[in-house]
Design a protein around this ligand. Structure first.
Ligand SMILES: [Zn+2]
Length: 643
């Protein structure tokens, strides 16, 4: 029944300025799950991931480390590839933008766009954020200087540049969004993109002359000082990985079924990329799907806080497939997700242990006790028509949910049959049926449970391949295209089969462990997490690098559009008060704060939060009862040193 259809699924190519974190793992695991499903149902599938290695930022990072850009890129690219191999990610190709094939394809694309009349040379003058590799107009800058995305100082750049006629594609893009309601997922993101494009597109500077580390524009331009803008280079990977401009060997996979991305790179994928493709006369991707951020225990993850989740460490501690399930089930796609060990342990003990693992144990127990493991019943429909109908209703909803990136809903719906099965056992009580001599009815019940588990295993397989293979072994069948066709499409039952005992799939993870993790006092917790992250403990000298001072809040006000932040003026005995942005709005009202003494970290580099400069950090402690500011036990003069 399988139909040969080409399906192309991509992750972004990850930028080699950082090592892999939970966000990278999340994108890659979604792409892997969808690819596995696509293969299971018989589609000819190509799954691409890789690394993005050019640009000024890489050139500078490499220099700082005393390495050549290529050596630097090689090292970081390998950490991504090794992690995906450890995670058994089923990618078909791992592209690097330093691959020769990629360079050839990117240059070819540049030529085609130029022949189309979409590229011209001019002088670029604007503000450039090296950190974001993005140009901004003066209007977009914060205080006419700072990057609106990351708050860092931008550089004024005036140089000769080639431009892409992005403005030419404004109407065509709007038409595409209009005619393809699910081209950008989730749909709320599509509306954001439409509003942005409607506000007007300017032509895009697509070459740079101020650095070297990139793909040169084609030799035919006779302009060797120009390298391609890193985003033009990077986006082309989706085509060059299929052989565009070189061997063309896998071009049948184009256009992509889905480009999975993080929401930070939506604009590049939803505006620039389709415009480039229109210029190249290539069909447009079916979906561009953007997911949200991950926080940890409600906090933004950052290297300076030392709370970045290392996906490998979590997978090693809790099981790779448990971690896969958790990430995909926990967060509505497109929304932001929070990682906490407590939530992970809850999912493992509850969803996986109680609902799935326990059902398998009950099945193994019943079939062994009553029927010596051999199940042979043709009476499921006769006795359990209602349960069967409910199960089928759920199963039928699954595939569209997966392909529309509603993966959390997919897993939620997939758990309904498990609940139906557990309830059926409680309701029909096989032990009573056996006592009453209704052996056929009891046998049919056990067969019903086995068939529900078989169907759930098949549909869960893309997310938990190894776990479901074990379940299938216990039930005596194999998960493949033919069992998928039989159980899911034809809705037929497994015939007579033998159930074998297997070791428990989800040994209970002790609650005690998690309580400790949650209740540990702040100082100890810091130590524990430092060990966890492999960061050395600090000495007293390091501590005294931090200047903490007593101050008095003299003014407090709300920040527009922020649910979390307050804008404070704090007197720490200096000539003028410090402006501080503090995430305490949920716990303190602005009118209650003036006159309150606090402890302020006074020697932090100034930062920008929601467009407001922040010149320090207020110390506070938060537990399950809320947040409290840390203040001196008795009043102290402003500017007194804490330590
Ligand atoms: Zn920036």
């Amino acid at each position: 029944m399988s139909c040969e259809k080409s399906v192309y699924i991509t992750t972004p190519i990850y930028y080699v300025n950082d090592i892999a974190h939970i966000g990278h793992a999340y994108t890659t695991i979604i792409a892997d799950s969808i690819s596995r499903y696509s293969r299971l149902i018989g589609h000819d599938t190509f799954f691409l991931t890789g690394t993005d290695e050019h640009g000024q930022k890489i050139e500078e990072s490499a220099k700082a480390k005393g390495k050549s850009p290529k050596e630097y890129a090689d090292a970081i690219s390998a950490t991504f590839k090794n992690l995906w191999d450890d995670f058994e990610i089923s990618y078909d190709a791992f592209i690097r933008t330093t691959d020769e094939k990629h360079k050839i394809g990117a240059q070819k694309a540049f030529e085609v766009m130029a022949q189309k009349g979409d590229i011209y040379k001019d002088v670029y003058s604007g503000h450039y954020c090296i950190s974001c590799e993005t140009f901004f107009t003066k209007n977009q800058l914060l205080e006419e200087e700072f990057c609106p995305e990351c708050g860092k100082t931008t550089t004024v750049v005036e140089e000769e540049s080639y431009f892409f006629r992005l403005s030419k594609y404004q109407d065509k893009l709007l038409e595409w969004y209009e005619q393809n309601p699910s081209c950008i997922l989730p749909k709320s993101k599509r509306n954001e993109v439409i509003r942005f494009v409607e506000s007007g597109l300017e032509d895009l500077s697509i070459t740079r002359t101020s650095f070297d580390w990139g793909v040169k524009i084609p030799e035919s331009f006779n302009d060797p000082k120009h390298v391609m803008y890193v985003w033009l280079d990077a986006l082309m990977n989706y085509l060059t990985a299929l052989g565009y401009g070189s061997d063309e060997v896998n071009m049948r996979y184009w256009p992509a079924r889905v480009h999975l991305i993080g929401k930070d790179i939506l604009r590049f994928h939803a505006i620039y990329w389709p415009a480039f493709l229109m210029s190249l006369d290539q069909p447009l991707p079916k979906h561009i799907a953007a997911h949200g951020w991950w926080t940890r225990d409600g906090q933004k993850m950052s290297k300076s806080k030392g709370n970045v989740v290392n996906p490998k460490e979590v997978a090693d501690a809790y099981g790779l497939e448990n971690f896969r399930y958790f990430m995909l089930r926990e967060v509505p796609f497109g929304g932001d997700g929070d990682f906490s060990q407590k939530a992970l342990i809850d999912r493992i003990n509850s969803d996986l242990g109680n609902d799935l693992g326990n059902l398998l144990n009950r099945l193994i127990g019943m079939s062994g006790k009553y029927f010596e493991g051999t199940i042979d019943s043709k009476d499921i429909v006769l006795y359990y028509k209602d349960e069967l109908a409910q199960v089928e209703e759920s199963i039928d909803k699954l595939e569209p949910l997966l392909f529309e990136m509603q993966i959390h809903r997919y897993l939620e719906e997939l758990w309904r049959p498990l609940s139906i099965a557990n309830k059926a056992i409680d309701k029909h009580q096989p032990w009573v049926l056996m006592k009453e001599g209704k052996t056929d009815e009891a046998m049919a019940l056990v067969a019903l449970i086995a068939n529900i588990l078989a169907r759930v295993s098949v549909m869960l397989h893309p997310v938990m391949p190894e776990t479901t293979r074990k379940i299938a072994t216990a039930l005596g069948f194999e998960i493949d295209n033919s069992s998928w066709t039989q159980l899911i499409i034809e809705k037929s039952m497994l015939a007579s089969f033998t159930i074998t005992q297997i070791p428990p799939l989800f040994p209970r993870i002790e609650e005690v462990k998690l309580e400790q993790a949650e209740e540990t006092p702040k100082e100890e917790k810091k130590e524990a997490s430092s060990k966890e992250e492999g960061i050395a403990l600090i000495g007293i000298d390091d501590f005294f690098k931090t200047s903490i001072k007593i101050g008095t809040i003299i003014e407090a006000q709300e920040i527009e559009k922020s649910d979390r932040l307050l804008l404070l003026k704090v007197d720490i005995g200096e000539a003028s008060p410090r402006q501080v942005v503090a995430g305490i709005k949920e716990f303190y009202s602005p009118q209650d704060l003036p006159g309150t003494q606090i402890c302020l970290v006074a020697n932090l580099k100034p930062a920008k939060l929601m467009g407001n400069k922040s010149e320090g950090m207020i110390l506070a402690a938060k537990d399950k009862n809320g947040l409290s500011l840390i203040r001196p036990e008795a009043p102290k003069s402003n500017g007194t040193t804490v330590g």
